[in-house]
Design a protein around this ligand. Structure first.
Ligand code: UGA
Length: 450
């Protein structure tokens, strides 16, 4: 099928490249001309595991192309995926101006019927407005627009893997034909009818995930409800961790046992610095805003958000307690991205920690395998070190903010000899408290017996 993708960020680029890999002809566009030029020249503007491989395959097979001309992209596909950003406004409400802009562009540029799919995370009822804008701005009433919602459930860092191995594909539609077209688009993935380039053990044939057809409103809500529930789970685990610290229990033991109940599940119960990224923090705010706008009280979500913000205070309390005076102290911050395997620093807890350390006069030495260039643009006053051992040289304390494998594998015996003081404050519970103690470290973590 001929597909267009508007917006080449994390979602759009992964969607476009993977749909090309699944056998479709895909044309992608973005308002950022530099980004498109980079993609046309064979570059990749973001770090996402396996994306290079999938992009190269799509380009090689001539099924994937990029254009700065939105009109060309719109006319080039029968089905258009809208993958533009929906950042939060000051009020927490989602800013839908990019969706509105694209809707007007599609209405103006289309010369044939289109199925327009919202893939960006949007509040419920955006589909209704999208349809209204498409009709209102169309210059040719003979051109039919259908609207659908197809929320993505991709995690940064494993987005390509997630795309090829979905737990569920949700399509919110108004007409049966839209559901049929979307099923056709996803058929190669659902039926594994292509040579899966990325599997990491997830490739055996068989049932690959459900294809769920819903109303557009439900599909929009499924996305918000899923992300908010996961965020809620994390905050719940973090409160349990605080209680564990107070009464002398171990949060890992508690959450592991809880998770063995299939009704609860083991995932997203990892305590520590809390969640960040461009999804959970903004989605939770947008969902609170939406619930308030329809007169529904969503206090539990507000509590989850508050708990998450307080994680930064919690780690800084630990730093203060251990370091006493912050001014002039050398602090190695290990991890700047909002989680491992991404270069994304948007709403990263690590950056908030860095900001607070700098405010208090600490000398910050940051290290991250992928996120340093982006962090440098925000905090040029930090010293950056590709090698974590360099960041730890003469440090008064090490703060672990992101769960990268390279940090898990640090040889603390070696690092301890380089540091000015053997102090580790672990915001991601990566190390064994006993082992760190044996190595002579003062070690603080979250909700575990130190
Ligand atoms: C999230 C969802 O997991 C995806 O399903 C969804 O498609 C995506 O948002 C989106 O809306 O686009 P992502 O933001 O990539 O994906 O990140 P997650 O892997 O969900 O992690 C979010 C944050 O929670 C990270 O900062 C992570 O460190 C933190 N986290 C995660 C914890 O603190 N504890 C946990 O147990 C799990």
């Amino acid at each position: 099928m001929r597909l267009s993708v508007i917006g080449c960020g994390y979602v759009g680029l992964v969607t476009g490249a993977c749909l090309a890999e699944a056998g479709h002809d895909v044309i992608c566009t973005d308002i950022d001309g530099e980004r498109i030029a980079q993609l046309q020249a064979g570059g990749i503007p973001i770090y996402e595991r396996h994306l290079d491989q999938v992009l190269a395959a799509g380009r090689g097979a001539k099924r994937l192309s990029f254009t700065p001309d939105a009109g060309e992209a719109i006319r080039g596909g029968d089905v258009i995926f809208i993958c533009v950003g929906t950042p939060p406004k000051e009020s927490g409400e989602a800013d839908l101006s990019a969706i509105d802009h694209v809707a007007r562009q599609i209405a103006r540029e289309a010369r044939s019927p289109k199925l327009v799919i919202e893939k960006s995370t949007v509040p419920a009822r955006t589909g209704v407005e999208l349809r209204r804008a498409l009709t209102a701005y169309s210059r040719n009433s003979a051109i039919q627009f259908r609207v659908a919602s197809n929320p993505e459930f991709l995690r940064e860092g494993t987005a390509v893997l997630d795309f090829f191995h979905p737990d569920r594909v949700v399509v919110g539609v108004e007409e049966e034909i839209s559901a049929a077209e979307l099923r056709e688009i996803y058929r190669p993935i659902l039926e594994r009818k292509f040579n899966c380039p990325v599997h990491e053990g997830k490739c055996p044939p068989g049932a690959e995930g459900a294809f769920l057809v819903t109303t557009i409103n439900s599909a929009e809500l499924i996305k918000h409800a899923s992300n908010s529930f996961l965020a809620l789970k994390i905050s719940y685990a973090n409160v349990i961790a605080d209680i564990c610290e107070k009464i002398g229990a171990d949060v890992e033991e508690v959450t592991q046992a809880m998770g063995l109940d299939p009704r609860i599940g083991t995932q997203f119960l990892k305590a520590g610095l809390g969640f960040g990224g461009f999804c959970f923090p903004k989605d939770i705010q947008a969902f609170i805003h939406l619930s308030e706008s329809v007169g529904v009280n969503f206090d539990i979500l507000k509590a989850a958000e508050r708990v998450n913000k307080q994680r930064i205070d919690r780690i800084l309390e630990k730093v203060h307690k251990a370091l006493w005076v912050m001014k002039g102290k050398h602090v190695a911050v290990l991890g700047l991205a909002f989680k491992a395997n991404t270069d994304d620093i948007r709403f990263a807890p690590a950056l908030e920690v860095v900001r607070r350390l700098l405010e208090e006069g600490a000398k910050v030495h940051g290290s991250d395998p992928e996120a340093m260039p982006r962090a440098k643009a925000v905090f040029p006053q930090v010293s950056y070190h590709a090698d974590p051992y360099e960041a730890l040289q003469d440090a008064d304390a090490a703060l672990v903010c992101t769960e990268w494998d390279v940090f898990r594998q640090i040889d603390w015996e070696r690092a301890g000899k380089q540091m000015a003081r053997k102090l580790v404050i672990d915001g991601r519970n990566l190390y064994s408290p006993r082992r760190m103690r044996e190595l002579g470290f003062e070690y603080h973590c979250f909700g575990r017996m130190e």
